[in-house]
Ligand binder design. Sequence first.
Ligand SMILES: [Zn+2]
Length: 218
Amino acid sequence: MKLLEERKKILEISQKLLDAGVIHNGQGNVSMYNRESGLVAITPSAVPYEDRELEDICVVDLDGNIVEGKWKSTSETSMHLIYYKKRPDVTSVIHTHAPKATVFGVIGFEPLPMVLTEAAVGIGGEVPIAPYARPGTQELAEVTCKAVGNGNAAIMAHHGLITIGSTIELAFIATVSIESTANTVLMARSMGMDPIVLPDDEVKILRGLLMGYKPRQA
Ligand SMILES: [Zn+2]
């Protein structure tokens, strides 16, 4: 079986996304790129999260052709592949319909501000809003990738959230810290207050802590 380790990781992170409440109704998709082989492990379309086994995860090439698997890959495959082609630092993409982050995608183009240390570490800068494009289209892949730019996330107008990372764990951390930030901003505004934004310099320092983190040698 090709990309066994990546398939395992995708199932593990999918469960964590479900547990975190950022996936509902079978929406969202997850992928990992194996740069050595040039192949991508990616979630299938039309198989419920709770029924997915290792063999249900698809393996595709960078053009989206199925290399191994019994299902069609997610209809948003091109929205994943675009990062693997354009960003040498990216090996994982997570797309969710995170409910609170998505609120910011229906009120205009105000980026999600950095108000929590958790988010400064996990994201490292405000999250832009990508303009609307129809789901499953190349246009959606392109407008979303443009909004992400050199960052690691964008909220997709009328749709959801995309995060990318050099590891799947970092993409996951970005997803949950964006959802947590959106929740905090919404709560502050429900009190009639605008949250106070962390200074840019402090956000940079906090992000540096995560990116410079090295696990202790065993
Ligand atoms: Zn979606």
